[in-house]
Design a protein around this ligand. Structure first.
Ligand SMILES: [Zn+2]
Length: 273
């Protein structure tokens, strides 16, 4: 099963590469066959086999020899690795499908923000909707919705609490980031946060609920700070983060899929002890 998930991940990763290349350029991912951007030659199916073609052709176009970005191989291998990990941790089922979809979407966002400073709506908005749609069927960890229901003395069905958790988390975290961006803008007069980041955080929260979203947000800020500090200290960068925030958020979101449960369980054990 794990090997099957790996192969599926290679194929999906190949499609993610097309999305990463075309969505920031407002091109369709369905219509034309893939072409080499250097010589415009159509890429034959045998030169389009995930990972294998890249390795056999040593990362070059067969007709013109132009270098193919290493990102193509990286995305295919990363997606394959993530899908295999999902199969190991989540087995096969709706929960596995949900986190595999989330991991794939976050992989696209990581690279589009890194390369183009764009977080396409095709991912963030449909991700937000998909996260909400999954929530009644794949129960989210108890969070803000449960607290709200307890305070009001309400006892809805578990699927309804999970749906509420997804909606409320998306609203709260999206709103929180939007406000932070506004405050930053008023104080500094520069746009520190794009609306794409707001939609990405709302999507993460809708998919994973409030506790995991908070954890991912904190991890992303910590990573950005550490990386930024290291870059400044090594003298390579002015005082600004070398990676766009969306990439940190996407990375932290992927890590949270696999680690958040353990961390949160351990945290509550410590608190309740
Ligand atoms: Zn070419």
């Amino acid at each position: 099963m794990t090997a099957l998930a790996f192969l599926l991940g290679l194929a999906v990763g190949s499609f993610l590469n097309v999305c990463i290349h075309r969505w920031p350029r407002a091109e369709s991912v369905v219509a034309p066959r893939s072409r080499c951007p250097a010589c415009n030659g159509q890429i034959a199916w045998r030169d389009n086999v995930p990972a294998l073609s890249y390795i056999l052709l040593r990362g070059r176009c067969r007709s013109c020899g132009a270098a193919v970005p290493a990102r193509y191989l990286l995305v295919e291998l990363a997606t394959a690795g993530l899908f295999a990990l999902v199969a190991v941790e989540f087995g096969a089922g709706l929960a596995a499908l949900k986190v595999a979809l989330l991991a794939a979407m976050l992989t696209i966002l990581f690279f589009t923000d890194l390369e183009h400073f764009v977080l396409p709506d095709q991912v963030t908005v449909s991700g937000l909707l998909a996260g909400i749609a999954f929530s009644p069927f794949v129960p989210l960890r108890a969070g803000v919705a449960q607290v709200g229901c307890d305070l009001l003395g309400l006892h809805p069905a578990p699927w309804a609490v999970s749906l509420l958790e997804s909606l409320a988390s998306a609203l709260i975290f999206g709103g929180l980031l939007y406000l932070t961006g506004e405050i930053f803008y008023r104080l500094r007069g520069v746009e520190g946060l794009g609306f794409g980041d707001v939609k990405l955080v709302a999507m993460l929260a809708a998919f994973q609920g409030s506790s995991e979203a908070l954890l991912a947000l904190l991890a992303a800020c910590l990573l950005a700070t550490l990386y930024g500090t290291a870059a400044v200290l090594s003298g390579r960068q002015q005082w600004r983060s070398p990676l766009p925030l969306g990439s940190y958020l996407a990375f932290a979101g992927i890590a949270a899929i696999f680690c958040a449960d353990d961390i949160l369980n351990r945290y509550w054990e410590l608190v309740l002890e």
